[in-house]
Design a protein around this ligand. Structure first.
Ligand code: HPA
Length: 285
């Protein structure tokens, strides 16, 4: 594992490059997961910045994840959209995964909207559903793979940040209203973050259910921890891309193809409606 090596000056340098490449001054950050890049294509007056042009910015190696920053207007907000993100299982350090959030902080972003694909743990969830994240269980973080490990820069945030309401209550209430108006089900539940890249064993799924997880995935928690440390408010949404398998010798299997297929076909349209509705109705800070 690579050791953390970033400091505030690295984040400021990346933010400087971005500011020079766009006249927009984003206050909302969006991190879009598997299959969700399409929303970035509808950003108006976009400034498009390939990740390789931003110093130290990590670049994804996963099929279905693009690698560029799209900055512009969406539903009345000035947004900074990550079209593609990196994951712990790709071999990036947890600090590299949090790097884009630190750059958002340096850019003056106040609100982060993060989406992901996740397996359904809660037995009432079916593939294609959306789950608003109310809280998370951060397995990598709990065993030391936490982006806040290392010397704390007080100018970035406090040494011991509170995580009791990591996912903003007002934004969740707004998301519930948007989903009700649009007429689709929006579950609300706990997201368990595992490092991956293998999908879970049935015993792991049963354990996750027993400890109160409703969905499981391989992203999001590190970025959210960094964002909360930075004082950025957060909304998170999981697209339930597959049922998880909780017994051995099942005829079912979980695959990345299934995840991408369900994201593209049943989740992305609802997720786009939800994000647009939240952006158009939220106050800017
Ligand atoms: N497990 C972990 N991560 C995932 C899953 C899953 O079932 N589906 C999409 N991301």
């Amino acid at each position: 594992m690579r050791t953390p090596s970033f400091s505030r000056s690295d984040y400021l340098a990346a933010a400087d490059v971005i500011r020079k490449a766009t006249a927009h001054r984003p206050t909302v950050g969006l991190i879009l997961g598997s299959g969700l890049g399409a929303l970035a294509d509808s950003v108006e007056a976009p400034s498009i910045i390939p990740y390789e042009q931003i110093p130290l910015w990590p670049r994804s190696t996963v099929a279905g994840h693009q690698g560029r920053l799209v900055i512009g207007r969406l539903e009345g907000q000035t947004v900074m959209v990550l079209q593609g993100r990196v994951h712990f299982y790709e071999g990036y350090s947890i600090q590299e995964i949090a790097f884009p959030v630190r750059v958002m902080q340096a850019m003056g972003v106040q609100t982060l909207i993060v989406t992901n694909a996740a397996g359904g743990i809660n037995k009432s969830y079916v593939s294609g559903d959306l789950m608003l994240i109310s809280d998370h269980i951060n397995f990598p973080g709990m065993v030391g793979n936490n982006p806040l490990v290392g010397p704390n820069d007080e100018q970035l945030g406090p040494r011991f940040p509170d995580m009791s309401s990591a996912y903003d209550g007002k934004l969740r209430a707004l998301a519930r209203r948007v989903a009700a108006q649009a007429g689709f089900t929006l579950h609300e539940g706990v997201y368990a973050c595992l490092s991956g890249p293998n999908f879970e064993t049935p015993a792991e799924i049963r354990m996750l259910r027993a400890i109160g997880a409703d969905a499981v995935g391989m992203s999001t928690a590190p970025e959210v921890v960094a964002a909360r440390h930075a004082g950025i408010r957060v909304m998170g949404v999981s697209g339930i891309s597959n049922a998880t398998i909780d017994t051995v010798d099942s005829s079912l299997k979980t695959s990345h193809e299934e995840v991408l297929y369900n994201m593209n076909n049943s989740i992305v349209p609802k997720l786009a409606t939800l994000i647009r509705g939240v952006l158009s109705s939220m106050d800017s800070a």
